[in-house]
Design a protein around this ligand. Structure first.
Ligand code: RNT
Ligand code: ZN
Length: 417
């Protein structure tokens, strides 16, 4: 059966449940996903002083073909974006600047180092997001940055973060699309600290210095990203959930909820409606932890659906910035991006198509019907709607995107070493 025929049957089925498929597809087409540049090169970056990945971030796998230059990374992204329906964003880390062979340290980065990225984004109608890179650097080698006991090291990272916000604002200005600049730092202890207070007091003070300058929220929004534990910070993380929740509420910052940053059975979906009672906007790092914060490629699982439901069904799209954060070097990296982003969109679609009758039943106190409809919803024909959506947006439906990735691997990626 053709995609058009399957779609029209699906549309009828949904109409019977009170769902206007075309309307929901229109909504889906307005939700941008921020693709993380770091999936393309295993969180490597393009600095010229040969840092190795630090801060407890670990990428496993050695699949051939990773991007070695900004041009290669952009080419890989061009292909990825051609396989994903809708208009999206790219999330850059500071160490992906283009430094022209010079050694530009983190406290010296400026918008000019990102001009090719900005030009590329403009050409493709994309928005950009940004992150200071507070890891993979000699001054972060002992695991502390903004909360470091040494004032001069703190000052170095403060300067880096100040410059990152300015770069974010320059991106927002150049593209006419607000940039979200997200601060994540690795600071923490492998073993039990004697003093949990002082590092947190120093972090709060450093962050206040970073955010001192007012920047128009039209150009740049600041986010802060908590975490409960990490490799090398198993016993104490300075920027914990409570720390940043309090910070975000009192300083009017976005809180970034990363799906891999909580205890293994603790999802972020249920946090969304809680924190949005107090914060106008938040950022998500959609990820998939497997046993730990392992940053596996996002799959279409219950956790992802739960996140998508919270965003889409509540109409929170304007308040929740959706970014991806995972890095897998054991499979084709373009495929990793494509699979994860298509899954995020597909989860949003399923959530948008979910029958409003479930909520009606709940409101009427009829929990039998709620459960019955929730289970029936699992086999509604959203696949036919997804294929139609892909086709209507000019990208491959079903598994056909894989053909393009395989031929790119053969013709381009396999020639990199
Ligand atoms: C680390 C955080 C952070 C990073 C990226 C590379 O635990 O999730 O967001 O993954 O900044
Ligand atoms: Zn993250």
């Amino acid at each position: 059966m053709s995609i058009a025929n399957s779609f029209s049957l699906a549309q009828e089925r949904y109409a019977a449940l009170g769902v206007d498929v075309e309307h929901e597809l229109k909504t889906l087409s307005t939700i941008p996903i921020s693709l993380h540049c770091w999936q393309g090169d295993d969180v490597g970056g393009f600095e010229n002083f040969g840092g190795t990945l630090g801060g407890g971030l670990a990428v496993t796998g050695n699949y051939p073909g990773k991007a070695r230059t900004p041009d290669e990374l952009r080419a890989d992204l061009d292909l990825t974006l051609s396989l994903i329906p809708g208009k999206h964003r790219l999330n850059l880390h500071a160490f992906y600047g283009e430094f022209g062979g010079k050694m530009v340290d983190r406290d010296a980065i400026a918008p000019e180092h990102f001009k090719s990225w900005i030009a590329w984004a403009k050409k493709n109608g994309l928005g950009l997001d940004f992150n200071p890179t507070c890891f993979s650097h000699p001054k972060a080698a002992d695991g502390f940055t903004l909360s470091h006991p040494d004032k001069s090291i703190r000052q170095f990272w403060i300067e880096h973060c100040i410059r990152s916000r300015e770069i974010g604002a320059a991106m927002g200005q150049a593209l006419g699309k607000t940039c979200v600049t997200n601060v994540w730092i690795p600071d923490g202890y492998k073993d039990t600290p004697a003093d949990r207070v002082a590092p947190r007091a120093r972090l709060a003070e450093s962050l206040d210095a970073v955010f001192k300058k007012k920047i128009s929220p039209k150009l740049n929004l600041d986010a802060v990203e908590p975490k409960l534990f990490g490799i090398g910070s198993e016993s104490y993380v300075v920027g914990s959930h409570e720390f940043y929740l309090g910070y975000a509420i009192t300083r009017k910052k976005l809180l970034c909820l990363d799906a891999g940053h909580y205890h293994p059975t603790e999802g972020i979906a249920d946090k969304i409606s809680s924190v949005l009672q107090y914060l106008p906007e938040i950022l998500l790092h959609v990820s998939r932890g497997v046993r730990w914060d392992s940053d596996h490629v996002v799959t279409l699982n219950d956790d992802l659906l739960a996140i998508a439901r919270e965003v889409a069904v509540n109409g929170f799209e304007p308040r929740v910035h959706i970014g991806l954060d995972y890095f897998d070097a054991s499979i084709n990296r373009v495929a990793a991006w494509t699979i994860g982003t298509r899954n995020m969109l597909r989860a949003l679609l399923i959530a948008l198509l979910e029958t409003p009758l479930i909520r009606t039943a709940e409101a009427a106190g009829d929990f039998t019907t709620r459960l019955a409809l929730q289970e029936e919803a699992k086999t509604l024909p959203f696949g036919a709607v997804w294929d139609h959506y892909c086709e209507s947006q000019g990208v491959p439906a079903g598994e056909h995107w894989l053909t393009a990735v395989k031929s790119y691997e053969k013709n381009v990626l396999s020639k990199r070493n």
